[in-house]
Design a protein around this ligand. Sequence first.
Ligand SMILES: CC(=O)SCCNC(=O)CCNC(=O)[C@H](O)C(C)(C)COP(=O)(O)OP(=O)(O)OC[C@H]1O[C@@H](n2cnc3c(N)ncnc32)[C@H](O)[C@@H]1OP(=O)(O)O
Ligand SMILES: CC(C)C(=O)C(=O)O
Ligand SMILES: [Mg+2]
Length: 525
Amino acid sequence: MTTVNQSNKQVIIFDTTLRDGEQALPASLNVKDKLQIALMLEKLGVDIIEAGFPVSSPGDFKSVNLIAKEIKNSIVCGLSRALEKDIDACGQSLSVADHFRIHTFIATSDIHVDTKLRKSQDEVVEMAVKAIKHARKYTNDVEFSCEDAGRTHIDYLCRMVESAINAGATTVNIPDTVGYTTPTEFGGIIQNLYNRVPNIDKAVISVHCHNDLGLAVANSLAAVEQGARQVECTVNGIGERAGNCSLEEIAMILQTRYAMLGLSTNINSQEIHKASKLVSNLCNMPVQANKAIVGANAFSHSSGIHQDGVLKGQNTYEIMTPESVGINKNKLNLTSRSGRHVIKHRLGELGYQADEYDLDAIYEAFLRLADKKGQVFDYDLEALLFFDQQKHDHAHYQLDYLLANSGRNIIPNATVRLKVGDQSITESAVGNGPVDAAYNAIMRVVKGHKIDIVDFKLDSKGEGADALAQVSVVAEYNGRRFNGIGLATDIVESGVRALIFVLNNTYLADQIDEQKSQQENIVGV
Ligand SMILES: CC(=O)SCCNC(=O)CCNC(=O)[C@H](O)C(C)(C)COP(=O)(O)OP(=O)(O)OC[C@H]1O[C@@H](n2cnc3c(N)ncnc32)[C@H](O)[C@@H]1OP(=O)(O)O
Ligand SMILES: CC(C)C(=O)C(=O)O
Ligand SMILES: [Mg+2]
């Protein structure tokens, strides 16, 4: 059992992924999924797990009950309205645990009291007091929330908090239910409560912020800076509408800025990445790539200046290590914004020494590829190294222009312009497909140079739909076989480059043969 340290420096992490988070899912979680998440939250070091709202359905009752049975190192909690039947359902589902919390709430803002509850302020205070007293019959760990506290008149909020503590609430939660406040304003509410509520030291002050204006984490932080010592949050920030304060963000703020804030939590931050993945997968709620801490790009660097900096010293662009949140290593994405330093580093990691390649030539080829593909993967880089088409710049046959057309209702045709020595020759042809048409056009360019294609293989190199196409061609020429490889983002271009590769090899073979026969003639003379 976690003993919640209520010293001034400890912030209690109350996770409501299974209650507030679950309320907002496209489909509710089953009991097994909820237990799996609860076990993960326990491992993560969450102090309080709000497991559900037992009165709301038999399924929720059952899962709160099961979680209360299985979880030993976090306090399990259930939510209830300020109604006896809700509190009884909570008490019954939770009583299998040695220590559990009942969380009861009622709204306190004028708009909720008048419009939704249709009660007077006095009646609402009375309901809260009665509910807290009833909950205390089940447990001495009772939390009371003033729903929509962020829009509640401060005088009434002070009165409600004081009454709740007098009635036996051990934690009083101040939710910004609709994410309306700003950090200064919300911090001010907490400060006011500390200054004005006489019995405030008898309870832990908690906050529960929603993210409608993107301020849930900032507001929670402002509150703890003013003395709140419990933060209610969810993994990946899921929850009603725009969600709740994100657990990983508040936990990592307190951890990363400990020197300034002096506040800590029991969160085992190395479990954060796994917890995020589990919640995202089971809840069918993808995490946006640029989400702080857990987004796919949170520890990725994409631009050359950043990558160079990180290679020289990780803390140039990382304020926390990926390992601290359970990610093995940062990622250096190879894009057209990357520079030579990262290319050299990546090639080094792949086992290539700097003296084995021409960095400037590889970098140029890399940029051309990156402009076409976006992201360049390791395989692409290795392929560039092997098949760097720069080397064909001095070749006898060079591709200058290629246009290939194909489709359902047209005859595939292609136009190719090749540089052949000092000449530039353009030819067009049709074929049974765009590659065949381009090959026929090339054969016209090199007419008289008789080669027969005996094998043509197409391979995809790299990842995803934008992988490189690699074509390998085997051709016969003068009774000998020649190989050629072409690599491009476009299949037709890749095929054409493979054939040109073959043509250059045959041309070189002819030249070598010619030199040999000249030497033989000289020797013969
Ligand atoms: C801010 C929050 O996240 S609050 C938690 C939200 N979570 C949920 O709503 C959980 C899922 N909810 C449910 O399963 C259902 O809404 C139930 C079982 C809770 C209630 O269902 P119903 O009895 O059919 O009522 P319904 O949801 O339509 O309306 C809510 C009623 O509760 C009342 N109510 C709302 N909050 C409270 C409260 N804290 N204390 C007492 N009564 C409340 C409303 O005024 C309304 O009462 P009325 O019928 O007299 O007008
Ligand atoms: C039930 C309470 C704590 C709540 O979820 C809210 O006010 O947002
Ligand atoms: Mg909420």
